[in-house]
Design a protein around this ligand. Structure first.
Ligand code: G6P
Length: 483
């Protein structure tokens, strides 16, 4: 594996990020040898400057199975790969993370499965991540743990290394106590999280849900300003810190002549319809793809939109393909797309251009520029960064309309979108039509206002505010436990 060999020894890093995945992907170089390339995505972009200036390290799974790897440096970040065995991949990743916690935390859209063997593997893998972080962090270092796959790490790390300052950020929703109650290991998860000095959530409702669960399932008083951690003199704080995107990068790509030319070409390749609708999602049941297709098919049935005049592009990037509910979803979505196209396509034009692929960010921005109406209609989503990217791509030209689910975290900030409940199919149809028909001056006004919001609340600000609060510099929004 290429990559500069260790430049620093473990235990030397003042800033350590711990996440399920490393921020690098393995690619094959021009000479045929495997190499690492920085993954696309805001998190690593936001943290890279801090990591580079503070000699930071990132602890995460490298995506391989039964493949222990040495630490290496890439992109100015010290990479600490955590290995997973084939059975851990099944039990910890596909099982407890993505067939227990993921559905439970997303409103039980599919039923979560509870298996003790999955829980045991989750605990063991979390312990491995915690050991790797403990061995990497310098004395008094700051460690930032990310997301639902690693909720036990803060407490495990605290026990091993009381000298550390520990933050945790949950990228997905935190469920209402009535749903969280189903989890047989609910108290262990809460204790795990309370190992952190600061626990960050996307929406105020997530923070409130967490504090309610702490009170209900640990019997602890959670006051404004924090939770008195049982059996210790420590206070752990819960705050709302909505994540964002690398706004300047998306805005710059939207001005790039090659990207703009590609956007024009996409419309031509679609048969030059008057209106291009766009959905961009991981192929996940939380994203509301089935509801969106149903609404669109009904608009075609009703004769309100016609193939040739209107076309829907649905990008569904492959995700968690070994998990049953994802396989079932793929069959359903592809069956529905086939039925819609079979019924409405002509030789010249298609109703739904469905693509089961991932694309680089340049192509994504070209798609945003090509789309008149962006459909972000998840049934539940921690934030949804596609909505923010679309706004940044279109804020300058003032074109485009955003239809946004009230169940996406982004709806708390993008108030000028056409806000909709994806469960209300008539409402969804009406929202799509109001996107198609919205007069350009109003669309422009709304898009500019949303652009200003995203521009001034980008991912750099998000990480700065979280870390400032963790270091005790600036309190964020602390929720009242009695909410
Ligand atoms: C969500 C989660 C991330 C996860 C990503 C992709 O955004 O919050 O933690 O990395 O989905 O899912 P995957 O299972 O492929 O890592």
């Amino acid at each position: 594996m290429r990559g500069t060999k260790k430049s620093t020894s473990p235990g030397q890093h003042d800033f350590v990020v711990v996440a399920n995945r490393l921020p690098v992907d393995r690619v094959t170089g021009a000479d045929g040898t495997p190499q690492w390339r920085r993954s696309p995505g805001g998190l690593v972009t936001a943290l890279a400057p801090t990591m580079q200036s503070s000699g930071g390290a990132w602890v995460g799974w490298h995506g391989g199975v039964d493949e222990p790897l040495d630490e290496f440096d890439e992109g100015g970040i010290h990479q600490v790969p955590v290995p997973l065995s084939a059975s851990e991949l099944r039990l910890y990743y596909e099982g407890f993370s993505n067939a227990t916690l993921w559905p439970l935390y997303h409103d039980v859209i599919v039923p979560p499965e509870f298996h003790r063997t999955w829980w045991v593997a989750y605990r063991e893998v979390n312990a491995r991540f915690a050991r790797a972080a403990a061995a990497t962090a310098a004395h008094g270092a700051t460690v930032w743990v990310h997301d639902y796959q690693l909720q036990l790490v803060p407490r495990m790390l605290r026990d091993a290394r009381p000298d550390l300052r520990i933050g945790f950020f949950n990228h997905i929703p935190f469920p209402p106590a009535e749903l969280f109650a189903q989890l047989p290991w609910r108290a262990r998860i809460l204790e795990g999280l309370l190992g952190a000095d600061l626990i960050g959530f996307q929406r105020a409702s997530d923070t409130a849900n967490f504090l309610t669960s702490v009170r209900r399932f640990l019997g602890v008083t959670a006051r404004k300003g924090g939770v008195q951690v049982p059996g210790t003199s420590r206070v752990s704080r819960a705050e709302t810190h909505p994540i964002s995107i690398d706004a300047a990068h998306i805005a710059a790509l939207a001005q790039d002549p090659d990207v703009r030319a590609r956007a024009v070409q996409i419309r031509v390749e679609m048969g030059d319809p008057e209106t291009v609708l766009l959905g961009v999602d991981r192929l996940d049941y939380t994203k509301g793809i089935r509801h969106r297709l149903k609404a669109y098919a009904e608009l075609l049935d009703d004769g309100v939109v016609q193939v040739g005049q209107t076309g829907l592009i649905q990008i569904a990037s492959p995700s968690r393909e070994k998990v049953d509910s994802y396989q079932q979803l793929r069959e359903e979505v592809e069956g529905t797309v086939g039925r819609i196209n079979g019924e409405y396509d002509s030789f010249a034009a298609t109703a739904v251009r469905y693509l089961h692929h991932s694309y680089p960010v340049e192509e994504m921005v070209a798609l945003y520029l090509a789309a008149d109406v962006m459909l972000v209609t998840p049934l539940r989503d921690g934030m949804n960064l596609v909505a923010k990217e679309y706004v940044m791509a279109r804020g300058a030209d003032g074109g485009g309309r955003l239809v946004l689910s009230e169940f996406a975290g982004a709806a708390d900030q993008l108030r000028q979108a056409i806000i909709v409940s994806p469960h209300d199919i008539d409402g969804l149809k009406a929202a799509i039509m109001s996107g198609i028909e919205m007069a350009p001056p109003e669309a422009k006004r709304r898009m500019s206002s949303m652009r200003r919001t995203v521009e001034s609340h980008d991912v750099n600000r998000w990480s700065r505010e979280f870390l400032d609060s963790l270091m005790g510099n600036a309190p964020g929004t602390t929720e009242e436990s009695s909410a």
